[in-house]
Design a protein around this ligand. Structure first.
Ligand SMILES: [Zn+2]
Length: 270
């Protein structure tokens, strides 16, 4: 499981986005044909662990795809705190560290940094004391923190970590997840990379667009997520498999709206 619990109160000022679209067609995500060329795992030159698309330890793209993966500079750096039981290969937060290597750092729970000025840290977590970015003055914070784990794991980390006791909480508008790993809590519980993406998107909308519509500047955060999503869609369509109880009803779209140019034999875990 790898969803971040971002089930959030309705924002009074801003309704949930009209485009609750179930595909990525409206997003500006770089061409991912390089990912289709992967056929086997390779050994990471740095840590010697084996992985297909990118190394889950070093957060570096495979040698085949290096130079073809979007690289983003984010306006606010982010720390991801990972529960130790969260399997590396299942974590979608890793996508952000590969795509924004200068700005996203991943820590195990045991090694959360000590924040010198916790009031300048915004923790993405729901609650009565959480605010949306448009309610928070620009420049009043210098770091985002996101928890990667199940809802239960994440709650425990937030409750028990002294480093997180005096940080402020930020929340995002409710959105439906496209995550393929089913959890039974709510379709508004997003995969961690979806939550990260929407946080930066709301950052752009709150502070960077000057009243203009959002321009897609952070959409590449979903580069790997879209690829894996399409891979799964295609696999299920090809095999005409019925969705099991582990997946949400209606999740697979059988209408060919999703690009099916994927190799169905590939694993979704890098
Ligand atoms: Zn490595």
């Amino acid at each position: 499981m790898s969803e971040t619990p971002v089930e959030l109160r309705e924002s009074k000022k801003r309704p949930a986005p009209a485009s609750e679209s179930s595909t990525f067609d409206d997003l500006k995500i770089q061409d991912d044909s390089i990912l289709h060329k992967h056929s086997d795992r390779e050994t990471c030159p740095d840590c010697k662990k084996s992985a297909m698309y990118f190394c889950y330890r070093c957060f570096k793209p495979s040698t085949i795809s290096e130079g073809h993966i979007p690289q983003l500079e984010l306006p606010i750096p982010m720390d991801v705190i990972k529960h130790e039981q969260e399997l590396d290969g299942k974590s979608t937060a890793a996508h952000a560290a590969v795509i924004a290597p200068h700005n996203v750092k991943i820590y195990n729970w045991q090694s959360i940094p000590q924040y010198e000025n916790p009031e300048e840290v915004l923790l993405l977590f729901p609650g009565h004391d959480a605010h949306t970015l448009e309610e928070i003055p620009k420049g009043s914070f210098k770091k985002f923190v996101v928890i990667d784990g199940t809802w239960k794991q994440a709650s425990k980390i937030v409750r028990l970590s002294p480093q997180l006791q005096n940080v402020r909480k930020v929340t995002i508008a409710p959105r439906k997840t496209l995550f393929w790993r089913y959890q039974s809590l709510s379709e508004n519980y997003l995969a961690t990379i979806e939550a990260i993406y929407y946080l930066y998107r709301e950052y752009a909308e709150a502070y960077e667009m000057n009243g203009k519509p959002y321009d897609g500047r952070y959409d590449n955060l979903l580069f790997y997520f879209r690829y894996f999503y399409n891979l799964i869609q295609s696999k299920y369509k090809k095999e005409n498999k019925k969705y099991t109880h582990r997946q949400r009803e209606g999740y697979i779209q059988y209408d060919d709206s999703v690009d099916a140019k994927v190799d169905e034999n590939k694993s979704v875990d890098a």
